[in-house]
Design a protein. Sequence first.
Length: 112
Amino acid sequence: MRALPILLILMTAACAAQQPAVQLPKPAPAAESPLVKAAEVTVDDNTVASNVRAALRSEAMLADKHIDVNCSQGTVHLTGAVKSPDERQRAEGLAREVQGVKDINNRIELVK
C-alpha cells in the first residue's frame, strides 16, 4: 500500500515533465492596439467645420456674431468680426474643443 502514494507522485511528476509550460500571448505593440487606433480616428473637414459652427452658435456670447468657419486638413480657419478680445478668444477656444481640430487659424478681427 505504501507503493501506491509513491507511484502516484512519480506519475504526476512524469506527466508534468512531459507537458509544455503554458505560454501566455504577448501583448500587442502600442501601434497595433485597438485603443490607439480608436484615438486616431479622423473626422472629415466638412464635419469639423459644421461642428465648430454649431459650437459657436450655442455660445450666448457669440450667437449673434458673424464668424465664418472653414476647415482644411484639420486646420480650422476662423474669419469675421467681434467687438472684444474675449469674444475672439472664446471662439478659438470653442473651436479647439471640437473633435478633429488639429490647428486654428484665427483671423477674426476686432471692431468697435
